[in-house]
Design a protein around this ligand. Structure first.
Ligand code: UN1
Length: 501
C-alpha cells in the first residue's frame, strides 16, 4: 500500500493491474488548503477508457454469476477495511479535498454505512411474487444486472459518493469503470485499492483518471457502457444525457440544488441559527444540499439576522486538519472566483451584504483558497443569488410575510433537492412536507444530513427522476425481469383462457 508524504506517482487500475495512461501524460493533485502536492496521476484519454471498458465487459460474464450474497460479503469486507482506514482517509480528505476533520470523518462513515447496507442487499434484493390469473402457473419478478457501469463522481464527497454508486452497482452484479474528479484523484485511488484488497476480482472495478472531456465523455459514448451515473452540475448532466441518447443508455443524474431553510415566526431561533450555520457553511457550502437560501417570516427576521451574523462572524477559517477550524478552503481557484463573482452579482442586484463577501488572507490563508462566510440580507426571490447554485459559503436571507409565501418562494427555483422548515406547529410541518417540491425535506433541522438507507435525489432540474441510496439505488443498476412459469402442461393464453373461471 502506498503511503502519503512526498509527491508520488499513481496509476490507473485496469484489469487488476496498475498502469500508466496510454499517452504517458500526467496531471497533479494539490491541496486547496495550502498548495501542497498530493500526487501525480495519469491523464487518461479514450484509449484508456476503451481498455478499461473491454476488461470490465469481460469480467462481467463471471461477476454476474457470483451469488449476490457472496458479492455482498466482499462489500462487507470493504466496509470493514474502510473502518480500519477511517483515520487515514479522513486525514487525507482534509488535505486533498479540504473539508474539516469532523466532516471528512462523516464522509468516510457515509461510505462505511452504505457499504454495509448494500452488503445486506446481497441477501435481499427483493423482487415480487404474485398470483397468476391462470391455474398451474407461477409469476415472479427478479432484478438482473445490466453490464458495465460508468461512474463519474465529484470532489465534494470524494469517498461517500463513489460508495453510493459503486456499492449498489457491484452487489447487483455489474462491473465498473470509475472516473473520480480530477480534484480528488488520490481519494478515488484509495477507494479502489481497498475494494481490491477486499477481494473484488480483477476487471470488476477499474479506475481511469482524467478530465470529463476526455475520460468522462468517452465513457458516456462507449457502446459497451449501458449505464452512466453522474453527480455533477446541471450543465454536465444535460450534456451527458444528450450524448448518451443515441445509445439509449440508462442515465442517472444527481445535479444541482438551491435549497432553502424556512424559519417561521414560531421557530426556536437558536436551533434555526445552528441549522443554518451547519447547512450553509459546512463543507464551505460545497454540498448539493447546502442551504443557500434562508426564507424568514417577517416577525423574526431582524432577530434571526442579528443572531446569524454574530454566529457567522465567530466562525474560524483554516486548514481542515486543525481542530479549531470551523470552515476549510473551497476546492480551487476557479471556485473561489465563481463564489466571489456572486458576491458582486448580489451587491449589484441591491442585496444587503451583511458579512463576508471577500477572499480571506493572512495567517497562512493566502496559500490556499479561502472565502469568508457570506450572508446577504433583504434578498428578493428573483435575484440571481437567490436562483443560481453558487456552491460556496454564501447564503441569502429572504424576508416573507406568511407560510404560503414562504412555500411559494422556496419552490420558485429550478432545482428541487432539499428543503427545511423550522416551526413548532405540527400541522404547519405536515403541510410543508406535502407542499415543498423537493426530494428531501427536513423538519427542525437544516437541509443537509441525508442517511444512506433512504432515497437521495431531487425533483425538477436536480435530476432525471432517479434516486440513489436505499433500495431505490437498485432501480438504477438493475433491470426488472418478469418470469412466468407455466406448469399446467398445456397452452394457457393470458387474458383469454381464464375468462370461464
Ligand atoms: C452532496 O452534496 O452531493 O445530506 C451529498 C448531505 C450529505 C450528502 C450530500 N449526507 O448533505
Amino acid at each position: 500500500m502506498r503511503l502519503l508524504g512526498g509527491a508520488k506517482t499513481f496509476k490507473n487500475y485496469i484489469g487488476g493491474e496498475w498502469v500508466d495512461a496510454d499517452s504517458g501524460e500526467t496531471f497533479e493533485s494539490t491541496s486547496p488548503a495550502n498548495g501542497d502536492m498530493i500526487g501525480v496521476f495519469p491523464k487518461s484519454g479514450p484509449a484508456d477508457v476503451e481498455r478499461a471498458v473491454a476488461v470490465a465487459k469481460e469480467a462481467y460474464e463471471d461477476w454476474r454469476l457470483v451469488p449476490a450474497p457472496k458479492r455482498g460479503e466482499i462489500l462487507f469486507r470493504f466496509a470493514q477495511l474502510l473502518t480500519e482506514h477511517k483515520d487515514n482517509l479522513t486525514d487525507l480528505m482534509t488535505r486533498e479535498m479540504g473539508k474539516v476533520r469532523a466532516e471528512a470523518g462523516g464522509d468516510v462513515q457515509e461510505a462505511i454505512d452504505m457499504s454495509f447496507y448494500m452488503a445486506g442487499e446481497g441477501r435481499r434484493m427483493y423482487g415480487q411474487t404474485t398470483p397468476s390469473e391462470l391455474r398451474d402457473k407461477f409469476n415472479m419478478s427478479v432484478r438482473m444486472p445490466i453490464g458495465v457501469v460508468g461512474v463519474i463522481t465529484p470532489w465534494n464527497f470524494p469517498i461517500a459518493i463513489p460508495s453510493w454508486k459503486i456499492a449498489p452497482a457491484l452487489v447487483a452484479g455489474n462491473t465498473i469503470v470509475f472516473k473520480p474528479a480530477t480534484d480528488t484523484p488520490l481519494l478515488g485511488e484509495r477507494f479502489v485499492e481497498l475494494l481490491a484488497e477486499a477481494g473484488v476480482p480483477p476487471g470488476v472495478v477499474n479506475i481511469v483518471h482524467g478530465g470529463g472531456g476526455a475520460v468522462g465523455d468517452a465513457l458516456v459514448r462507449s457502446p459497451d457502457v449501458p449505464v452512466i451515473t453522474l453527480t455533477g452540475s446541471r450543465e454536465t448532466g444535460v450534456a451527458v444525457l444528450k450524448n448518451a441518447a443515441d445509445g439509449l443508455k440508462h442515465v442517472h443524474l444527481e445535479l444541482g440544488g438551491k435549497n432553502a431553510i424556512i424559519v417561521l415566526d414560531d421557530a426556536k431561533l437558536d436551533l434555526a441559527v445552528d441549522g443554518i450555520i451547519w447547512s450553509a457553511f459546512g463543507t464551505s457550502g460545497q454540498r448539493c444540499t447546502a442551504a443557500s437560501r434562508v426564507i424568514v417570516q417577517r416577525g423574526v427576521y431582524e432577530q434571526l439576522k442579528k443572531r446569524l451574523v454574530d454566529a457567522v462572524e465567530r466562525l474560524q477559517l483554516g486548514v481542515g486538519w486543525e481542530d479549531e477550524t470551523d470552515i476549510g478552503p473551497v476546492i480551487n481557484e476557479r471556485a473561489l472566483e465563481k463564489i466571489h463573482s456572486y458576491t458582486e452579482i448580489g451587491t449589484g442586484e441591491g442585496a444587503d451584504l451583511l458579512t463576508g463577501g471577500e477572499v480571506a488572507g493572512g495567517d497562512g490563508l493566502d496559500k490556499g483558497f479561502y472565502y469568508r462566510p457570506t450572508v446577504f440580507g433583504d434578498v428578493k426571490p428573483d435575484m440571481r443569488i437567490a436562483q443560481e447554485e453558487i456552491f460556496g459559503p454564501t447564503t441569502a436571507l429572504i424576508p416573507v410575510e406568511s407560510f404560503d409565501e414562504a412555500i411559494r418562494v422556496a419552490n420558485g427555483v429550478q432545482y428541487g433537492l432539499s428543503s427545511s422548515i423550522f416551526t413548532q406547529d405540527v400541522n404547519t410541518a405536515f403541510r410543508a412536507i406535502r407542499d415543498l417540491d423537493t426530494g428531501i425535506t427536513y423538519i427542525n433541522a437544516g437541509t443537509t444530513g441525508a442517511e444512506v438507507h433512504l432515497p437521495f435525489g431531487g425533483t425538477k432540474d436536480t435530476g432525471n427522476g432517479h434516486r440513489e441510496a436505499g433500495q431505490a439505488a437498485l432501480d438504477v443498476f438493475t433491470e426488472w425481469k418478469s418470469v412466468y412459469v407455466d406448469y399446467s402442461g398445456k397452452l394457457q393464453r393470458a387474458q383469454i383462457d381464464n375468462l370461464d373461471e
